[in-house]
Design a protein around this ligand. Structure first.
Ligand code: GLU
Length: 317
């Protein structure tokens, strides 16, 4: 039997989406629909400090407004496609890694972490030097006995993970030197994004991951975690970012770009037209519906260059 093609929308409900989120969502939808696959909507609301329940229905409604649909996923009252309700899944994944001897507690404070990690050139993240990995069993027991809650890290091997991104081409990362032992569960008990995404993509049978290239450097970690959890890795296509004219990345704080303002001032066809133009899928920002773009969609048209949303682009709305 052939594996079904399955992609996902995986928004974080930390605010209203903006034009850049819609850009990635449109490309994720076109990627899967052009292959005749299924779409899943999963709400990534793990971080209780950033995510608000009120944003969940709004997100689903905003995707629908643009003309994007999905075959299964979040709906009001859902607990299956909502990360904050999937703690048992992450606990099981965590336990599996722990049983394989790959998990250790990390007692480093924020200040110690700065001292214990080297800045990582690729994405500005820091590579942890693994000092808590080297604690003796007695030292570990003594620290646990103080009652201070540790974070939990996974011990990565000295291995290179390689993959071919469908839009950015061949990628490789040495796990120990480019990334280091990373956090699976924070000291407050919240499971980390990397673990949750790998466990969910695996459990939900996702075969196509399309998202902003800011997550390109997380991909080797996720591929490696999927492998440890016994799942095949999906295909990954990262998408360019939308930038403001001053070169900044569009962000949720740019109020004038959020979907609420777009909905108040424009139409789904005009917004899709602009996104399709920015993506290289049509020569002008002419109004269009997502489903009209499915037939001719190809990644060769999209390419890797980030896009500036300038005055001319706005004029299309
Ligand atoms: N939830 C993440 C975000 O909204 C995306 C995660 C992913 O696609 O892997 O940025």
């Amino acid at each position: 039997m052939n594996t079904p093609i399955r992609g996902r929308f995986a928004p974080s409900p930390s605010g209203r989406m903006h034009l850049g989120n819609l850009f990635a969502a449109l490309l994720a939808w076109l990627d899967v629909r052009s292959l005749g696959g299924e779409m899943v909507l999963r709400m990534e609301d793990l971080d209780p400090d950033r995510c608000k329940p009120a944003y969940l229905p709004q997100l689903a409604e905003d995707l629908r407004w643009l003309g994007l649909d999905w075959d299964e996923g979040w709906q009001p009252g859902d607990t299956v496609y909502t990360q904050s309700h999937r703690t048992a899944v992450y606990q099981a994944a965590f336990d599996r890694l722990a049983e394989a001897g790959l998990v250790y507690p990390c007692f480093c404070t924020r200040r110690e972490l700065l001292a214990a990690s080297a800045p990582h050139a690729a994405d500005g993240a820091r590579v942890y030097d693994g000092r808590c990995r080297r604690l003796s069993p007695a030292e570990r027991a003594a620290r646990l006995a103080t009652g201070r809650k540790p974070a939990w890290r996974v011990a990565v091997p000295a291995e290179t993970v390689s993959f071919v991104d469908g839009n950015y081409g061949p990628q490789a990362q040495r796990l120990d030197t480019d990334c280091g032992d990373f956090i699976l569960r924070r000291s407050d008990g919240v499971y980390a994004y990397q673990l949750a995404v790998a466990a969910d993509d695996g459990a939900m049978g996702i075969t196509r991951v399309v998202r902003g290239w800011d997550l390109l450097s997380s991909t080797p970690r996720q591929i490696w975690l999927l492998e440890q959890l016994g799942y095949p890795a999906p295909a990954y296509c990262h998408v360019p970012l939308l930038l403001a004219p001053d070169g900044r990345r569009l962000a949720k704080r740019d109020r004038d770009l959020d979907v609420g303002c777009l909905r108040a001032n424009s139409t789904p066809e005009k917004v899709t037209g602009l996104l399709a133009y920015l993506a290289g899928l049509q020569p002008r920002p002419a109004p269009v519906r997502p489903r009209e773009l499915v037939r001719d969609f190809s990644w060769a048209q999209v390419g890797a260059r980030d896009r500036v949303v300038d005055e001319r682009a706005w004029a299309a709305l």
